[in-house]
Design a protein around this ligand. Structure first.
Ligand SMILES: NC(=O)c1ccc[n+]([C@@H]2O[C@H](COP(=O)([O-])OP(=O)(O)OC[C@H]3O[C@@H](n4cnc5c(N)ncnc54)[C@H](OP(=O)(O)O)[C@@H]3O)[C@@H](O)[C@H]2O)c1
Length: 345
């Protein structure tokens, strides 16, 4: 291990307490520890950038989910991109750029036994930039791809609606649905985001849910009804879309960000009988179930990035110390594009 690494300090953000409502600074502890070299078979990774995700809010809660909660006192879970700084594993060389479950910390020591669980994998920066590997080519892109293609099964000419349209998952879903020949209507907060998805990403229309009546706007923008709804937000918007679904519609339950900071029970859909009337279905997805097919989606999406049919936007905040406030941008809608925390060059 070089002297520079031996003298480096690992800056870490640990979960201090479980939040009630919106998670403030009191939920986090900032700690430091010396950086250690890897044991036989392991690697030491320097964090370059972290993915900030709405799911982090769920991981802070006690209780059963698709993944265990982060324990009090543990380094906060996060996916990210890093550079191998020291390696005692023949599959990784110093300087390799990898994606991995790095945690909110500036260095991550991964023992051999944890390499698979941490998902350490080399990434090819000729396919997309580092931030695109956290976006279209990363976890949100995979979510959008498999949620839309496997569960939504869009057919050319159908109408696809996606909420959280200017966010990480939403931007992929809408563009992919356009590529597949669908009419695409986004739902997003504010004129700037709506203008961007229409003018830059080529959506057919976008409804600004903060500006007024979503139900009336859906009627106007989806005259033939909604065949596929990719739901990122839940709550009232889900109800408004349910009221417009067509016969045989597919509703992908990807997330419900409008509910994540609730201190009252999650608001369930009131208009669910629309599923009965329309012989429609609503199905949840968890992206990790598709891990063995990520490489196929990455190859397809990298092609779209290259030929210009797909664009991406990332919102980059700098500095681990800004993690608590940066995370909150997801819930206020202050992020414009995939939210990334840059940690080092
Ligand atoms: N199932 C899975 O495997 C999986 C994987 C990844 C992500 N997800 C889910 O996918 C969704 C989108 O995630 P992302 O990473 O792409 O985040 P994102 O869309 O980049 O950021 C979150 C966005 O949610 C919107 N939002 C926040 N509060 C809202 C509210 N009350 N009502 C409506 N919109 C609200 C904001 O946009 P506006 O400015 O437009 O309001 C905000 O920018 C989340 O629900 C997340 O949990 C699920």
């Amino acid at each position: 291990m070089s002297t520079a690494i031996a003298n480096a300090v690992n800056q870490q953000v640990r979960l201090a307490q479980r939040p009630v409502g919106t998670p403030g600074r009191e939920c986090w502890n900032f700690t430091t520890e010396p950086v250690a070299g890897p044991a036989e078979g392991g690697v030491l990774i320097q964090t370059l950038a972290l993915s900030l995700d709405p799911a982090m809010r769920g991981w802070m809660n006690e209780g059963k989910s698709y993944i265990p909660p982060v324990g009090i006192g543990e380094v906060m879970r996060a996916g990210g991109i890093g550079r191998v700084a020291a390696s005692r594993n023949p599959k990784f060389a110093v300087g390799d750029v990898v994606s991995a479950g790095l945690g909110v910390q500036s260095w991550c020591l991964v023992p051999e036994a944890e390499l698979r669980r941490s998902g350490v994998a080399k990434i090819d920066l000729s396919l997309g930039s580092m931030t695109q590997w956290l976006n279209v080519l990363g976890m949100p892109g995979m979510t959008g791809y498999f949620g839309l293609m496997d569960v939504g099964q869009p057919k050319p000419g159908e109408t696809v609606v996606v909420s959280g349209a200017a966010g990480a998952v939403g931007q992929t879903v809408g563009q992919l649905a356009r590529i597949k020949g669908c009419r695409v209507v986004g739902i997003a907060g504010g004129r700037a985001k709506c203008d961007w998805v229409v003018n830059e990403l080529g959506f057919d229309a976008c409804i600004d849910y903060k500006a007024g009546n979503v139900k009336a706007a859906l009627k106007e923008q989806c005259p033939k009804g909604v065949d596929v709804y990719f739901d990122n937000v839940g709550g009232e918007i889900l109800d408004d879309v349910l009221a417009r679904t067509t016969r045989g519609a597919r509703i992908i339950i990807c997330g419900a960000i409008s509910q994540y900071n609730n201190t009252t029970p999650v608001q369930g859909p009131k208009n669910y009988l629309s599923l009965l009337v329309n012989r429609a279905r609503m199905e949840g997805i968890v992206v990790f179930d598709y891990a063995d097919r990520y490489h196929l989606a990455i190859a397809e999406m990298a092609g779209y990035l290259k030929d210009g049919r797909m664009k991406s936007k990332e919102d980059v905040v700098e500095g681990l110390e800004n993690f608590p406030e940066a995370l909150l941008k997801l819930f206020s809608g202050a992020n414009f594009g995939k939210l990334v925390l840059k940690v080092a060059d």
